[in-house]
Write a protein that binds this ligand. Structure first.
Ligand SMILES: Nc1ncnc2c1ncn2[C@@H]1O[C@H](COP(=O)(O)OP(=O)(O)OP(=O)(O)O)[C@@H](O)[C@H]1O
Length: 694
């Protein structure tokens, strides 16, 4: 179908936008979506393979919707994906559509979004906007859920269901379009949404799947296995693709393996890659610790590793470098398959097992395998993509074929039933006055996917949770259910009610706490990501003993909570080192983590300190100024005297300290003493700082 045929729905100018992007013909599933009524007022579930043009189907529907005067909300699971989609959708501004992205702080209404036609955001942010009663939410006439199969995610899935249920309450006529990977029970999701189902196996680049064992590749085509001669090692597979002008993406099970493999492949890759001195230098822009240096060395010679320990800007450099062909091989943990669009001609799955504590090595899910394999093949560049699982022997290879290549992905199962999700969302629907009786709460949950999948009622769970919320003073149950003022605040802050309760109790009991005690307090909440305890972490106990008198809680050595407490304390101690300007590399070594972990935990701590400050403020606790100051220090990882300087982009804690020691306190000083600054932190960095502040 020529895109010209879309003119009645997206206007002539809309068609021009498509053509400018090089899109002249619709892909078969896109054509089917048009024929099935994507421009009608029906809901849709679109479950088709990766890169087969799902996003474009939603874009067309949204453009049509906004031309009709509607307003669209496009939700994604990750902040990084929101920016990616925002950049893509901005092309529609050419025809006058207003596109916006919002992933910022919770507890804001973002009123400026009222002006936008298409808003891209994470599911959590969308839910928080509803909680903060953003008026424009009522005008949303279309909700697009990207990666809807993530309803299955234990941590992030529940909010997707809640979002749908809330939007249906607020605006029953709003359309819903769910985009999903291919899953066996897409029909169940479609039934739940009362939606038209579109499934297809079509791919823009054909995908060959297979298994490698030394000397052979077994390729599966239409259920038949063909033996193909191959080299003896993973290196030979990489060489083969590179010598043919392709790129390789390799999945490994742990971060450590991705790093050592990327390094090991340098001698193979450098034969086929130009050196990338600038990219390599850029990797060290904000951090020059051990991991960053390792990555810089790899990137210089055309390989890279990609995992959650990298800093955000380093991940971007790797992704862009790979897309531009400067990086030929990326070794990644499975998180990359779920999040980023980074196709390669050959995908190699080396880590087909994952370590589960208490169980040992287990196979990954078939759906995870399919996500990874689906990354093979770059549209327009490769005639086909190839996904290969690495095995040691022919027997193992045959087993892997049966299990993964021929296997069916797992069904999507709702995770809303767990107590923490129910507690979190029950308070919110009471606070937002969506429900004010037990029956109404039950009725609300009955419109979720969980209720669609499960016959039993949630009556008893809801009763139990209500008792708890009343006991914590977040809900008043005299007559109809009403959220108390502090209960409303907890809901708007987007924290678990249990976190709210811990903060409230601390606010009642204490009017003076040390930095360490406050950091430990936030680490006691269920919203905090805790560090693991390693066998070599005996020293944590000694350190905890040292701070014993300051802490708000210190269980007995014999209690069941003691080990958990040590994890909380270890995390708090890491934050304490961070705000006292301990070297980041030393922190990483001391706690067994990478810079990306430090930043992730810091970001969570910052958010929780903000929530704590808001609650203390509400309770008129005198520690409010102290917790607010601590929030700033945690954000930048500095002692108090550096807070101003680190607000400049590219000025981290180390650079700021060097500058301050030389008497440079702000941007004016930097201009004045540019020569000194360049000597201290490097010419390129100073240039970047001045560029970004001019
Ligand atoms: N009809 C088309 N003709 C040419 N290119 C297209 C067409 N439709 C989509 N594309 C391009 O194909 C690429 C992948 O499309 P898109 O991102 O929509 O796939 P997707 O199914 O949403 O992928 P994912 O599963 O990763 O979310 C994009 O670069 C997009 O611009």
């Amino acid at each position: 179908m020529d895109v010209g045929e879309l003119e009645p729905f997206i206007s002539k100018f809309g068609v021009d936008v498509l053509r400018k992007r090089g899109i002249n013909e619709l892909y078969p599933p896109q054509k089917e979506a048009v024929e099935k009524g994507i421009f009608s007022d029906r809901n849709f579930v679109i479950a088709i393979p990766t890169a087969s043009g799902k996003t474009l189907i939603a874009e067309l529907a949204m453009v049509h919707e906004t031309i009709k005067g509607g307003k669209c909300l496009y939700t994604v699971p990750l902040k990084a994906l929101a920016s990616e989609k925002f950049k893509e959708f901005k092309k529609w501004e050419e025809i006058g559509l207003r596109v916006a992205v919002s992933t910022g702080d919770y507890e804001s209404k973002d009123d400026w979004l009222g002006e936008a036609d298409i808003i891209v955001t994470t599911s959590e942010k969308a839910d928080s906007l509803i909680r903060n009663q953003a008026g424009w939410i009522r005008n949303i006439s279309m909700l697009v859920i990207d990666e809807a199969h993530l309803i299955d995610s234990a941590r992030r899935g529940a909010v997707i269901e809640i979002l749908v249920a809330k939007l249906r309450k607020i605006n029953p006529s709003a359309r819903i379009i769910a985009l999903s990977a291919t899953i066996p029970n897409a029909d169940e999701i479609a039934e739940w949404l009362g939606a038209e189902l579109l499934t297809s196996e079509w791919r823009p680049v054909p995908l060959y799947e297979g298994v490698f064992y030394p000397g052979k590749v077994l390729r599966i085509n239409d259920g038949r296995v063909t033996e193909i001669k191959a080299g003896k090692s993973l290196e030979s597979l990489v060489k083969e693709t590179l010598s043919d002008g392709g790129q390789v993406l390799i999945f490994e099970s742990t971060r450590r393996y991705t790093e050592s493999l990327a390094e090991k492949l340098i001698p193979v890759v450098r034969e086929y890659s130009d050196e990338n001195p600038e990219l390599s230098e850029d990797i060290l822009l904000e951090n020059d610790g051990e991991m960053s240096n390792k990555l810089a060395r790899c990137v210089r010679f055309g390989t890279a590793f990609h995992h959650a320990g990298l800093l955000g800007y380093q991940r971007e450099i790797v992704e862009e470098g790979f897309k531009k062909g400067k990086i030929k091989v990326v070794t990644a943990t499975p998180t990359l398959a779920a999040g980023v669009n980074l196709p390669a001609r050959r995908v190699i799955i080396k880590g087909i097992r994952r370590y589960e504590s208490g169980i040992g090595n287990v196979f990954i899910n078939v759906s995870e395998y399919k996500q990874m394999a689906g990354r093979a093949g770059r549209p327009g560049l490769d005639s086909h993509g190839e996904a290969l699982i690495i095995s040691k022997t022919k027997n193992e290879a045959l087993e892997l074929i049966k299990r993964f290549v021929m296997g069916e992905p797992e069904k999507v199962i709702s995770k809303l039933g767990s107590e923490n999700h129910l507690r979190f969302h029950t308070l919110s629907i009471i606070a937002e006055e969506i429900a004010n009786s037990e029956d109404e709460i039950e009725n609300f949950f009955s419109s979720t996917f969980f209720a669609h999948q499960n016959e039993f009622t949630m009556k008893w769970e809801i009763k139990r949770i209500l008792l708890q919320l009343v006991k914590w003073d977040f809900v008043n149950a005299d007559g109809s259910l009403v959220a108390t003022e502090i209960g409303k605040l907890v809901s708007k802050l987007y924290i678990d009610p249990l976190t709210g309760f811990i903060f409230k109790e601390a606010g009642k009991r204490f009017s003076e706490l040390t930095d360490m005690a406050i950091l430990h307090l936030i680490c006691r909440t269920p919203d905090m990501e805790l560090l693991y305890l390693r066998k070599s972490d005996d020293w944590i106990e000694d350190e905890a003993g040292f701070f014993r008198e300051e802490l708000t809680y210190f269980p007995s050595y014999y209690s069941a909570e003691y080990d958990w407490f040590l994890k909380e304390f270890k995390t708090a101690l890491m934050l304490y080192d961070w705000i006292n300007e301990r070297d980041e590399d030393i922190i990483c070594g001391k706690y067994g983590i990478a810079p990306g972990d430090v930043r992730r935990i810091v970001e969570t701590a910052e958010w929780l300190l903000h929530a704590l400050t808001r609650m203390f403020e509400f309770m008129e606790n005198p520690m409010t100024t102290r917790t607010a100051r601590l929030e700033e220090r945690v954000k930048h990882g500095v002692k108090e005297d550096l807070v101003e300087l680190v607000k400049l982009k590219w000025v981290g804690r180390k650079r700021a300290r060097k500058l301050l020691n030389a008497g440079i306190k702000n941007i004016e000083d930097l201009h004045e003493k540019r020569n000194i600054a360049e000597r201290l932190i490097g010419r390129r960095i100073v240039e970047k700082i001045l560029e970004d502040t001019s």
